[in-house]
Design a protein around this ligand. Structure first.
Ligand SMILES: O=C(O)CCC(=O)C(=O)O
Ligand SMILES: [Fe+2]
Length: 311
């Protein structure tokens, strides 16, 4: 049944039917998640992925991705792979999942893009991470509107013993208040089954826990920010354009190939839709004039070529 049909049948609340990149989608539970995030800064959603999808994800990540020891503290026994969208296609559907985009858009209340896509693996013996705010890497004075929303999808069970993420509930509203290390504040540890998702706003204090078990704690971390900001990972350089050219349009958009609300908005190229520059790879027009697509051209999608100004 289509999203609209579900909504029409009133099996789902109107506020749970939203527009995601031009498509109406029904996301049961959405409004509840958004209220929870607004109030306490985070939400945990069990069974985000079913057991089969989770098993495949784990297998595909192990096959495609070669995580390395992280360069940031704590240096030992946590391995990571940044720039995941260049390394594997197995998280594309997670990034473009309408439920994910509805959640992120709902929290940030605007156009969004992927900021970072990272594999985390806490190996046995991993030390706890200091509590921190992920939005502090953008030098924007506080208080500010939420501009970053983080998600972690557990690929393996998260337990207190294996280093489940620690969060400081309500701390997204503390603004300039700093947390002293070691933390003098109460944290909750997000124990969740593989396939579950935890999402929190960028201003929230949090950190990975310590892994005292003999098992790994693998997770996919997908962070999104407002589309007019710079992304944490430089996706334009990080993901080869030839690879971007092959992607479905929604993924290209989420990756950052989108303009603003007007032709001159941030992200445009020559007052044109930036995806036309990706089409350039495929259709080879001259960016300095001859054959440039008309100002209001639409990107080609996967089928037709853009209209040219000289046609
Ligand atoms: O591993 C985790 O649970 C959280 C990691 C984290 O917050 C970070 O690396 O910024
Ligand atoms: Fe973090």
């Amino acid at each position: 049944m289509s999203a609209q049909a579900i909504a029409d049948e009133k099996t789902i609340a109107d506020e749970d039917v939203v527009d995601v990149y031009g498509e109406r989608v029904a996301v049961p539970g959405l409004s509840g998640w958004l209220r929870t995030v607004e109030e306490r800064g985070y939400v945990v959603i069990p069974d985000w992925l079913d057991a089969e999808r989770t098993r495949r994800l784990r297998e595909d990540l192990r096959r495609d991705v070669n995580p390395v020891r992280e360069l940031l503290p704590p240096h030992r026994t946590t391995v990571r792979a940044h720039n995941l969208l260049a390394k594997t296609r197995c998280v594309d559907d997670l990034v473009c999942d309408p439920r994910m985009l509805a959640l992120i858009q709902g929290v940030l209340r605007d156009r969004v893009q992927v900021s970072a896509a990272v594999l985390f693996d806490l190996l046995p013996g991993a030390e706890a991470q200091p509590l921190h705010q992920d939005d502090s890497i953008w030098p924007i004075p506080r208080p500010h509107r939420p501009f970053l929303m983080n998600t972690v999808i557990a690929v393996e069970d998260f337990t207190k013993a294996n280093g489940a993420t620690r969060l400081v509930p309500y701390s997204h509203l503390w603004h300039d208040q700093k947390v002293r290390q070691p933390p003098a504040v109460e944290t909750v540890q997000i124990e969740m089954k593989a396939g579950s998702l935890v999402g929190w706003t960028g201003a929230m204090w949090h950190g990975g826990g310590a892994n005292t078990t003999q098992e790994s704690r693998m997770a996919v971390n997908l962070n999104f920010n407002l589309a007019f900001l710079r992304q944490q990972e430089n996706q334009y350089i990080g993901v080869p354009r030839e690879e971007v050219a092959k992607m479905p349009q929604r993924l290209q958009r989420v990756l950052g190939y989108q303009g603003g609300y007007s032709a001159a908005g941030p992200g445009m190229v020559d007052l044109r839709d930036p995806l036309l520059m990706i089409d350039k790879i495929r259709f080879g027009y001259d960016v300095n004039g001859a054959g440039m697509p008309k100002l209001d051209s639409k990107p080609a999608g996967r089928a037709e070529a853009p209209r040219r100004a000289d046609e």
